[in-house]
Design a protein around this ligand. Structure first.
Ligand code: GLA
Length: 361
């Protein structure tokens, strides 16, 4: 009988930020040899190594191989996004009659938490016991007023790698004043392998009958539009390529796929972990499923990758060389009364989960 390999988690120094803060890397390996690397800067997943249908391993997550690159020019590769993933219109919102001013960092709007979001913070990290696999606990205390958001916010993110090749992310938070919150992970995937070119042939399913159309600055209009008859209909799996080059006005305005899908859930506020999306890469046979408790998912096809970044394996990243499936509350939810709430109040516990399940076909 062959002894079953043990899952492990190993901590090692990764570098020092320009501000002089030490950053560590954790390497989690499961019993099958699947490997996930996470750094304490931004809680960034720098690599996810999974087998293809022949058993060959490759890294399917876009990223860099130095802390300097992550600090200097990261387009949100692999990071934890907060306090508010996606956009808030005109960098402002009103809660309980009080108006808050945020940092505009994309035209008039705020994107992904502002100038120094959770993706640029160094998180406290420790291995944490888990029945489900090896687990890394990241913790960050965001002070009242940080980037304009109210409330002292205590945030914990746990990454768990299971022996069934699933990477689970549990987000938890509590606040001492009413605030808004929308946490996600911004990994870019290429199931053929990072640096292997465009993801046009990937076959995508998203379980969503509707999506949230946007205006010229990518802020939702408030409408929940049907996907039927549009490039956004992924209810029956189809290749990403044709829609990514479509002349549909919503594709044109976003330069490709960059839309929030309204996941088919019985209740947008329930906390059931449900299958949201499935991606299959026919060449190597890797499959990734995304399960989440969240009501929305942003499908972004790397439209802003413009050949100015060199990735971990030494290849230039061009447009559509990776895709993101960012589980989330809907964009601009704090200003959209018709959207599921993104408000967190003292005494409440923010708790969401997203699981990336890897397999082959
Ligand atoms: C999200 C947004 C995109 C883009 C990327 C980061 O996916 O929706 O428009 O800003 O983040 O480059």
């Amino acid at each position: 009988m062959t002894a079953r390999a043990q899952s492990t988690i190993v901590r090692q120094p990764y570098g020092t930020t320009t501000a002089g803060v030490a950053v560590d890397m954790f390497t989690m390996t499961n019993a099958n040899g699947m490997e996930v690397k996470i750094i304490t800067y931004g809680g960034i997943i720098t690599a996810i190594r999974v087998p293809d249908r022949y058993g060959n391993m490759a890294n399917v997550a876009l990223g860099f191989n130095s802390l300097h690159d992550y600090e200097a020019k990261n387009p949100y590769f692999g990071c934890i996004v907060g306090r508010f993933a996606n956009r808030i219109a005109n960098a402002t919102f009103t809660l309980d009659g009080k108006t808050y001013t945020l940092a505009p960092n994309e035209g008039p709007n705020t994107l992904h938490g502002g100038n120094v979001g959770f993706d640029k913070r160094v998180w406290e990290a420790s291995e944490t016991p888990s029945d489900a696999g090896v687990a890394l606990r990241l913790h960050y205390l965001s002070p009242d007023g940080e980037e304009g958001y109210p409330g002292n916010l205590d945030v914990t993110v746990v990454y768990t790698l299971t022996d069934s090749n699933a990477l689970r992310i549990d987000y938890a938070a509590a606040t001492d004043a009413p605030t808004v919150l929308n946490l996600t992970n911004h990994s870019y995937f290429n199931l053929a392998g990072e640096g292997m070119g465009a993801i046009f042939d990937h076959i995508l399913m998203i379980d969503a009958d509707r999506y949230t159309p946007v205006d010229a600055t990518l802020i939702p209009t408030g409408e929940l539009a049907p996907v039927a008859g549009t490039p956004f209909d992924f209810r029956v799996p189809k290749a990403i390529g044709p829609g990514q080059r479509s002349n549909h006005p919503q594709v044109v305005v976003a330069r490709g796929y960059d839309q929030n899908f309204v996941l088919n859930r019985p209740d947008p506020h329930d906390d059931l972990l449900m299958l949201a999306a499935r991606v299959y890469e026919p060449g190597f046979g890797r499959v990734m499923e995304v399960w989440t408790t969240e009501p929305g998912i942003q499908f972004y096809a790397g439209n802003f990758l413009d050949a100015t970044l060199v990735g971990a394996s030494g290849h230039i990243y061009r447009q559509s060389d990776g895709f993101c499936l960012e589980t989330q509350r809907f964009p601009d939810a704090p200003n959209q009364p018709g959207f599921p709430s993104a408000v967190l109040r003292p005494g409440e516990r923010y708790a969401t989960a997203t699981v990336f399940k890897f397999a082959t076909d």
